[in-house]
Design a protein around this ligand. Structure first.
Ligand code: UGB
Length: 432
């Protein structure tokens, strides 16, 4: 009994080590008694490692192949059908970020007028992916196919251009949100810089090259104080990493225009809102909190000045996007070289009438018939700017852009959609 206890619970761990060392030594001598045996063992181990490594790479390759959510004849057919143009002089458009807020609206508008549309979206979880899936279903019900994939996937992009000679790319996929850049800076570089370059590489290599229309942002005006913001104003003082990546996007697209002859149109969107919107934005999260009886945080600027935004309704933005696609000239390059200079444009798409954040809240209270629990705090230094205000003369003159929806009307439509989508009882909704 005592011996058994000693074996199981040795009083001196060092002793065990010495005994084990002796035992291992004896075994070692038995196994590798001669040099030739050791050589054979070494050969055996090398062969084993090599076969393990090649098996691993086989497993990796095949699992990548098996898990790829794209490819195959059926997949290609869905893309071709979705890209079919159904009107004279129609266009075929690859819409990136198609399951996003602006992307889904633009896709439907294009499809409705007879253009071909193929969507691309990575369905990331920056906000509730079930809303993105619901938008995808909505698009499917219109006959629009959305490919699940990432703009950083160059192979996928070149495959898409092999299957369809897209005339246009509407590039809306991006890491959005001004304040989230503090939490996750890498995601902005990944989507708004690396993803943009991968997309432009695919566009440059495509034959024919498509014309590219893409989403920049009002945030590029950064710390500008001159109002309203005009396209010729300085944009070299971004207040957030989000803004910095969008400004970089304007410069990156310029490079591709200059070297490869890609036709480029950048659209500076001003705080877009509306049905099927983004849950991370203030008007959306305020609505959710007000209905749930939770407090909302309202930021206030220096000297207790209210923050203001040139809130722009989604339908107006869609018209600006379509106007841009329709007036975009063809790209001029092929085989990696441009034949002649190509079009390069930048436009503000705003509403031209800024509204303060407390006023936005009052409008929501009225439509929701619930008082908000307002918690007013100093604007934290996390990338916000005090106000935005668009000068849209250029877009009006060259795109025929003319916003027609004020914040009151637009929020009414948003609230109606929100109550319906999230299954609220139609309390007084007849008034909406
Ligand atoms: O035009 C753009 O280029 C950008 O527009 C949008 O950014 P913003 O104008 O910042 O919109 P949004 O977050 O709705 O905040 C609105 C107001 O509410 C204030 N705000 C916000 C949150 C909060 O809890 N409290 C608050 O007061 C806040 O301080 C601000 O004054 C897009 O999100 C962005 O992706 C980009 O497209």
């Amino acid at each position: 009994m005592r011996m058994l206890e000693d074996e199981l619970f040795p009083s001196t761990p060092g002793k065990v080590k010495i005994e084990r060392a002796h035992a291992i030594n004896r075994q070692f001598h038995r196994c590798f008694a001669s040099t030739s045996t050791m050589f054979l063992w070494a050969l055996f181990l090398i062969a084993l490692t090599a076969s393990y490594l090649s098996f691993q790479s086989f497993v990796d390759t095949s699992s990548k192949y098996l898990s790829a959510s794209w490819g195959g004849l059926h997949w290609e057919k869905q893309i071709r059908v979705s890209a079919e143009v159904r009107r004279a002089h129609g266009i075929s458009v690859l819409v990136t970020g198609a399951a996003g807020f602006v992307g889904s609206h633009v896709s439907i508008a294009l499809h409705k007028r007879g253009d071909g549309v193929v969507g691309l979206d990575n369905f990331n979880s920056y906000y509730d992916p079930s809303l993105k899936k619901a938008r995808k279903s909505l698009l499917a019900s219109h006959g629009i196919f959305v490919v699940e994939g990432d703009i950083n996937d160059g192979r996928l992009l070149s495959k898409l251009f092999d299957v369809v000679p897209f005339t246009h790319v509407m590039h809306l996929a991006a890491q959005a949100g001004v304040r989230y850049a503090i939490e996750n800076p890498a995601s902005y570089v990944h989507s708004n810089i690396a993803g943009l370059v991968t997309l432009l590489e695919a566009c440059k290599a495509a034959d024919p090259q498509p014309a590219v229309v893409w989403a920049s942002s009002s945030s590029v005006y950064g710390l500008n104080e001159k109002v309203p913001f005009s396209e010729s104003d300085r944009t070299d003082r971004p207040a957030s990493l989000y803004a910095a990546t969008k400004k970089s996007g304007e410069e990156i697209t310029h490079t591709y225009n200059h070297i490869y002859g890609l036709s480029i149109t950048g659209l500076r969107f001003f705080t877009v809102y509306g049905p099927w919107g983004r849950p991370d934005m203030a008007y959306f999260s305020f609505t959710r909190n007000i209905l749930q009886g939770k407090p909302i945080t309202i930021y206030r600027g220096k000297d207790r000045v209210d923050l203001a935004r040139d809130f722009t309704y989604i339908d107006d933005i869609v018209k600006g996007c379509l106007g841009s696609l329709d007036t975009a000239e063809k790209s001029t390059g092929s085989g990696g070289k441009k034949r002649r200079p190509a079009q390069y444009r930048i436009y503000n798409l705003g509403n031209t009438s800024p509204v303060t954040v407390p006023t936005l809240v009052s409008i929501l209270e009225r439509y929701l018939k619930v008082k908000a629990k307002r918690n007013v705090v100093e604007m934290p230094g996390n990338g916000d700017v005090p106000f935005t205000h668009a000068n849209i003369s250029l877009a009006r003159a060259e795109l025929g852009y003319k916003p027609t929806t004020n914040l009151e009307t637009g929020l009414k439509k948003f609230v109606k959609w929100y109550l319906h989508y999230y299954g609220y009882r139609p309390r007084g909704s007849k008034n909406l």
